[in-house]
Design a protein around this ligand. Sequence first.
Ligand code: HEM
Ligand SMILES: [Cu+2]
Length: 531
Amino acid sequence: MSTTTVAHHDEHHDDHPTGIMRWLTTTNHKDIGTMYLTFSLVMFLVGGSMILGIRAELFKPGLQLMNPEFFNQLIGVHALIMIFAALMPAATGFANWMLPLQIGAPDMALPRLNNWGFWILPPSAILLTLPFTLALFGVGDGALATGWTFYPPLSVQGGIGVDFAIFAVHLLGISSVLGSINIIVTIYNMRAPGMTLMKMPMFAWGWLITAFLLIATIPVLAGAVTMLLTDRHFGTHFFDAAGGGDPIMFQHLFWFFGHPEVYILLLPVWGFIPQILQTFSRKPMYGYKAQVYSLWSIGALAVVVWAHHFFTAGMPVPALLYFMYSTMAISLPLAVLFYCWIRTMWKGSMSFETPMLFTVGWIILFGIGGLTGLVLADVAADAQYHNSYFVVAHFHYTLFAGGIMGIMAGVYYWLPKMTGHMYNEKLGKTHFWLTAISFNVTFIPQFFVGLAGMPRRIPDYALQFAEFNMISTVGAFVLGLSQLLFVYIIISCVKGGKKATDRVWEGAQGLEWTLSSPPPYHSFTEQPVVK
Ligand code: HEM
Ligand SMILES: [Cu+2]
């Protein structure tokens, strides 16, 4: 990837294998970052095509294309892929690429572990999807049909797809924990002289908190699915009511991981969004300290609100109230963040290149996701909305808009730095408008059918929901096809295009912009000093 050489760059450690061996054995943070990002993009397309199957089935009421079992399998694998194989690796890819550059380090602290962390991912993606193929040959009955949440009793009774998914989750979890350890060690030990914690780029803060959350919660998930595995095969009854176990216990364990997970998906994005905002507003970000404290508050609250995911499963009223109020409390630091983001733009001399378009669109759409989450946090209201399409719309505003569209902003922002070429701005803007509009066409109708009572994870529905589902499906196909444009833009930017300058964006601030575009193979051979 790197073609730039610096005069003193002829030391032996600069030699590295080429071709396939370069990628298999690499310990270079930028190579590993590139692999994470590529893997993420591929899996985004795989998870996306699965869900187009679902939307095609939901185009009309009645069953047309698939049986209900296969429908459920597609939903669960779609979600696991999007969360663990698309969104998380994208954030880790950016961490690998940009953290060393932003904090002035030559590489990540633990490069071999870094290589391993990545290469665990492809096998786990294969484990997740293999049951589909096996079923074609008459082995097993396909992937897990439990949704991504693995709730018993279904997950205790389900076929081999559940076992495959359990092992996949174990591997994905190991990869995340390894990545987190690496990021924490890098941030604490490898910062350039003079860069105190409170001078770190916001992206480093976002990732530091994410890494702590991952280390705190992934083992709980791993424990829960392992208990599931022993329930399935070794005669235990942790979650089996008939044997004295408690299925609700699984929900507590799962969501003790699952709720922090949604912040794990979003915190890295909250890190680089303010950096993009300050670049294209041409002024320093507003409220740096307030943002850091808000990120920490959200990180802390994230681990104490989990039961809002199953209010309707029944719990004592004081518990209901506690989980309702603690959940609502998260909106306070989040409101501080929104205020800071908007104030960063205030009276700035803004311009709207593609990364900024995605960022401003992101603020609005992620805002809708946040506000509808507040609605769901209300115990009384949730009794009606739970398990409805309102929830599906809500979490796609947070995960697709808040997560993926944020990542897209980051891709356009850093692509010129990573490749050394400018992407095609006109196509980038077209991609933004296509995505933003078709995203809303897909998911706004789902709020309405949800409020009117359409349940989620259902392949057939009442006639009254037909029109809105039709609109949603048309939107989803436009949304899916628009992403092919994204792929085209990225590939043509890697291959060529206008040369990017080192600073790339007029208002860009931070150490990554002091290096060449693309940066040399070993990033900072001389440590920069931060004043
Ligand atoms: C092309 C964009 C996407 C479309 C059209 C789409 C559509 C859908 C649909 C129709 C469902 C099934 C809802 C149900 O019946 O319960 C679903 C489930 C889900 N999706 Fe997506 N989705 C997209 C992207 C994403 C992304 C990017 C993420 C996360 C990063 C995501 C996360 C989920 C989750 C967590 C579920 C819940 C699965 C379950 O019930 O276990 N989706 N999606
Ligand atoms: Cu939650």
